[in-house]
Design a protein. Structure first.
Length: 407
């Protein structure tokens, strides 16, 4: 087996791009060759002109008419092949000019010029809309037959099938070119949407990661500053914590950029305990969470929710107490794991107004099949995140059964 001498992108660059304008002179020449090849049907008119059967004025007029015909034809095919934005009036005028030249040349110089109607049919198939091509191509064949009979060519009937078949074949080529152009545009659109989605994911991850870590660093820096004059040993411990948080934030950012980071609820609960305690907030958190039947995507979404909620408590709420609950509930949509974070402070967003963090959490949870509720609670601000359970979840406590199903 021989090896392809031009694999991958290098080989692609050498191929003629269907449905696209030439990028340089070399590509324009290659594209011209593919079109000029089909001028073979002009061999009969050319032979008629060089045969010397016509007078000099007739020969000169014939060459001029042939040159005008070829120029209009090539212009029409080059500019309008596969183009959906071509003006119908302009195209119609050019096709009528081709048809008029074909009729005049055939009637004045003889039946050897009937091959020009093949190009008229090709022009109808490539430049006109599809529905218009369906009747202009047969009409071209009929006109050719009438002109041929008028010029005394009894074999004109044999050209009808050729004119019709080539015309309709070119409609298929035109549709192939347009489809190729649409597929190329769709592929570019999909690539752009994928890039936008990746940028959005990265923005959410960096906001969630750096918002939490920088808030903790700021808080501990303030504590270290207050402790430094009188309690240098305690200030040193806070500085050590700052260094540890900074290093962990750097690791988290690197993992988030590569797309491999999946936060865990157990780790986020431990981090929430540290952050709330350092902020002087009394924390009421659950013990080791039961994650039986919780998918990785659901756990990751809930972990992000816990991190964002605790960050907001530390930064904005001014709360003295924060309660975190993690319970299983049976809902009309099936079993869910519900995370609720409630504080007794005055911070938080107004009802119905979400910042970047809550908007990102909503998108994460919806992607995992869950939901997010955030707003004023009984005492302060309350965030409730729900993620669906999969597999065979553990039994739901009747006290936590939201619909009274007894599951």
């Amino acid at each position: 087996m021989t090896e392809d001498p031009l694999p991958g992108p290098a080989r692609t660059e050498r191929l003629l791009r269907m449905g696209e304008s030439p990028r340089d002179l070399r590509e324009a020449l290659r594209k011209s060759v593919w079109i000029v090849i089909w001028l073979v049907f002009l061999s009969s008119p050319v032979h008629d002109l060089v045969s010397g059967d016509h007078t000099t004025p007739a020969t000169v007029a014939g060459w001029a008419g042939l040159a005008a015909f070829v120029a209009v034809y090539l212009t029409l095919v080059f500019r309008n092949m596969g183009s959906a934005s071509a003006r119908l009036v302009t195209v119609s005028v050019m096709v009528l000019v081709l048809a008029a030249l074909a009729v005049v040349l055939c009637l004045t110089l003889g039946p050897s010029w009937l091959g020009l109607f093949v190009y008229v049919s090709v022009a109808c198939g490539t430049a006109f809309p599809l529905r218009m091509s369906y009747w202009t191509i047969p009409l071209t064949a009929v006109v050719m037959l009438l002109v041929g009979l008028r010029a005394g060519e009894k074999d004109a009937r044999d050209l009808i099938l050729l004119v019709v078949l080539i015309g309709f074949a070119m409609t298929g080529v035109r549709q192939l070119v347009r489809t190729t152009i649409e597929l190329r545009r769709a592929r570019a659109t999909v690539a752009q949407l994928a890039a936008n989605e990746e940028r959005l994911r990265l923005a959410r991850d960096l906001h969630d990661l750096l918002g939490h870590s920088l808030s903790l660093i700021t808080l501990k820096s303030e504590l270290a500053g207050r402790m430094l004059p009188d309690h240098p040993d305690k200030a040193a411990r806070q500085v050590a914590d700052i260094e540890q948080v900074s290093r962990q934030a750097l690791v988290d950012v690197r993992e988030a950029v590569t797309g491999y980071r999946r936060p865990r609820l157990a780790g986020e609960l431990a981090g929430a305990q540290v952050a709330l305690t350092a902020a002087g907030v009394i924390a009421e958190l659950p013990a080791e969470p039961d994650l039986h039947g919780v998918s990785e995507e659901s756990e990751s979404a809930l972990a992000w929710s816990l991190r964002e909620a605790v960050t907001n408590v530390v930064r904005h709420s001014g709360a003295r107490r924060c309660t975190v609950e993690l319970v299983r509930r049976q809902t009309l949509d099936g079993p869910v794991l519900e995370l609720s974070v409630e504080d007794d402070g005055s911070g938080g967003s107004p009802a119905g107004v979400h910042g970047n963090g809550l908007t990102g959490l909503t998108e994460r949870l919806e992607k995992a099949g869950g939901s997010l509720e955030a707003g004023g609670g009984r005492r302060g601000f309350r965030l409730v995140a729900r993620a669906p359970l999969t597999g065979d979840p553990a039994p739901v406590d009747p006290a936590d059964d939201a619909v009274g199903s007894g599951a």
